[in-house]
Design a protein around this ligand. Structure first.
Ligand code: NAD
Length: 367
């Protein structure tokens, strides 16, 4: 069997800091579980611009296409705000997503019991929450044509077009059904079929795909009701699949049920490669946090949990992914908190590396 390959792109700001902690977990997997990864590292975002005058060098793009999975830290920072749009750090990330054709964006919303008090909702509503939102990422109203601001009879008109082909809906639906099969076998599809033709097509195609997944209980919900249900009783859901625009909003809403930005991982998946695994980019939801960069205050858990997603979805190592997640849970239950997780009662926060070391110690204890 060939060694699974992983390209690490730490990026800017706190990206390199949190990635250092992920490297500890990767090294632990090699040393203690005999799971070696062929790890390479390269530049993205502002770091790549500083070195090459572009936020993503062609060689890095080629490497990303060739590996089994890419793990990215974060890009951006005030230093780069003055750059032309075409070379801004975020363009590097967008190019990766576009050229790897990552159409399925997985955003888990998982509430660790120790952090249930952090949610803006009541503890019993969120404690133990574990849901997954699958957002279509490469089509829909953010990409549809025509788009623009036009002059129409002397008045300016802003236009965006919601457009989905059946095959675009089918592939993201399949990815959501596959995911549901690995979880509680419950899938809720959200659209606005009551007022949007693209929603009618969405519902039709998802219903057709469901025939190939008889074990999965499929339900449909209008996206506005979905938003209400997410804050009313989120535990009614397991996997949610929705389009690009609704997914953008609903996944942010669900993410905040669980507390800090520093806790949220994500995965973006594309079509299967020759080895059967999907093209994949894993990254924390947070940005480069320039306000705390270099201070050892960043919470590395979002990035560590992103690596856990890579273990599960790219390397078929679900048991090892669960081991990492349980280690994070234990560390939090034992009271370790980075500054972003400190409650009003205060206390002494652990540093970025302190949190990484604590997760490694919890992994050791799991053996
Ligand atoms: P941000 O996510 O970087 O930070 C928002 C707030 O959350 C800040 O107060 C920050 O200190 C805090 N925070 C974020 N991650 C944290 C962590 N792991 N631990 C502790 N605290 C954390 O968002 P922003 O301030 O709007 O953007 C800063 C830069 O990041 C901008 O250049 C933006 O374009 C970029 N950005 C990049 C990505 C990405 O790489 N995917 C995503 C969002 C923003």
């Amino acid at each position: 069997m060939t060694t699974p390959s992983l390209l690490i792109l730490p990026g800017d700001g706190i990206g390199p800091e949190v990635m250092t902690e992920v490297r500890k977990i990767i090294d632990w997997m090699g040393a203690k579980r005999g799971l070696a990864f062929d790890v390479s590292e390269d530049l993205v975002g502002g770091a790549a611009y500083d070195a090459h005058g572009t936020p993503l060098h062609d060689d890095t793009m080629a490497k990303a296409q060739a590996v089994d999975a890419v793990l990215l830290g974060a890009v951006g920072g005030p230093k780069y705000d003055v750059l032309d749009f075409s070379v801004k750090p975020e363009r590097g990330l967008l190019r990766l997503r576009k050229e790897m054709d990552l159409f399925s964006n997985l955003r888990p919303a998982q509430c660790f019991d120790a952090l249930a008090d952090f949610s803006s909702l009541k503890k019993d509503v969120v404690a133990g929450l574990d849901i997954m939102i699958v957002r279509e990422l490469t089509s829909g109203v953010y990409f549809g044509e025509p788009r623009g601001v036009f002059d129409e009879g002397g008045e300016r008109v802003g236009v965006n077009t919601q457009r989905y082909t059946a095959s675009e809906i089918e592939r993201v639906a399949r990815s959501a059904f596959d995911l549901a099969m690995k979880r509680d076998k419950k899938l809720c599809s959200m659209e606005k079929a009551n007022v949007m033709e693209s929603g009618i097509l969405w519902r039709d195609v998802v219903t057709e795909v469901a025939r190939d997944y008889p074990e999965v209980a499929l339900s449909h919900m209008y996206a506005d009701n979905g938003a209400m249900q997410l804050v009313r009783w989120p535990k009614q859901f397991d996997v949610i699949v929705t389009d690009n625009l609704f997914g953008d909003i609903l996944s942010d809403c669900a993410a905040m049920l669980t507390g800090s930005l520093g806790m949220l991982p994500s995965a973006s998946l594309g079509a299967p490669m020759t080895n059967g695994c999907p093209k994949a980019l894993y990254e924390p939801v947070h940005g480069s946090a320039p306000d705390i960069a270099g201070e050892g205050k960043a919470n590395p858990i979002a990035c560590i949990l992103s690596f856990a997603m890579a273990l599960r979805y790219s390397f078929d190592l679900g048991a090892e992914a669960a081991r990492v997640e349980r280690a994070v849970e234990k560390v939090l239950a034992d009271g370790a908190r980075t500054a972003d997780l400190m409650g009003p009662e205060g206390g002494v926060p652990v540093s970025t590396s302190g949190m990484g070391d604590a997760v490694v110690a919890a992994l050791d204890a799991s053996l």
